[in-house]
Unconditional design. Structure first.
Length: 247
């Protein structure tokens, strides 16, 4: 999981910078709409919606914006339907890349993502071209200094599959997608705060690349991640330790 962890941490750091510019509002509005559409508008009964709202509040999204997004999701307000679409493709060196997008216009999103792939030495592929290389999992990454024993105990008692600590002291927990919400609630109840908390696509095996290719792949991932419709980006690259984001 080292490759995904490296990219997840870059996204987390970059997200804090984007948040200062208000760049996340559009993405989080869509996440709120989709969560409310699938699970209803009651935050106490819909953990996905609660997390999306908490994320929105963390980047100072106005309360009115949040309420409008919830009402769009529940159908109380009219608006273009937002749908989830998984896009698959190849990056520099032929590495696998997957993007989860939330869009109200797939005829706009697909060409824009195809252009981004091409501009950065990759290619948007057909549905299923790299999906078989990934597993959909819940992922939590806790910062260095978090009590590993407590994280392990909570994880194993609430549907966690795997717990591992890296050389920097960060703790990674994975679980089946259907166990993510319950495990997220359990960590919340235990006052364990994860830097990364998401359901995403994690490569079943990672591929090593040289430093030059890693940099090109990272540029592609960052460009995709910057797109307003893209929620998560995954790859099967095992980034070298000295790979750093361009921010």
């Amino acid at each position: 999981m080292a490759g995904h962890s490296k990219w997840a941490n870059i996204q987390h750091r970059k997200g804090r910078v984007d948040a200062a510019r208000g760049k996340m509002w559009s993405k989080l509005s869509k996440a709120i709409i989709v969560a409310a559409k699938s699970g209803g508008g009651d935050l106490s009964a819909n953990i996905k919606l609660r997390k999306a709202v908490d994320d929105a509040k963390a980047v100072s999204m106005p309360k009115d914006n949040i309420e409008r997004a919830i009402k769009r999701g529940t159908g109380e307000l009219e608006g273009d339907a937002v749908e989830e679409i998984l896009y698959e493709g190849y990056g520099p060196g032929g590495v696998a890349v997957m993007c989860l997008a939330m869009t109200d216009n797939r005829n706009r999103t697909a060409p824009e993502l195809r252009t981004l792939f091409g501009k950065h030495g990759g290619e948007l592929g057909k549905t299923g071209c790299v999906n078989y290389l990934f597993e959909r999992k819940g992922l939590f990454i806790f910062p260095s200094g978090t009590d590993e024993e407590q994280v392990t105990e909570v994880a194993l008692e609430n549907g966690g599959d795997d717990v591992e600590a890296d050389d920097d002291g960060q703790i990674q927990v994975t679980c089946a997608p259907e166990n993510h919400d319950a495990l997220s609630e359990a960590f919340e109840s235990a006052e364990l705060k994860a830097d990364v908390n998401e359901v995403t696509q994690i490569a079943s095996t990672n591929v090593d690349v040289d430093g030059s290719t890693a940099g090109k792949v990272l540029s592609l991932l960052e460009a995709l991640d910057d797109h307003d419709d893209v929620q998560t980006v995954s790859t099967n690259v095992n980034f070298p330790d000295d790979t750093s984001d361009s921010e």
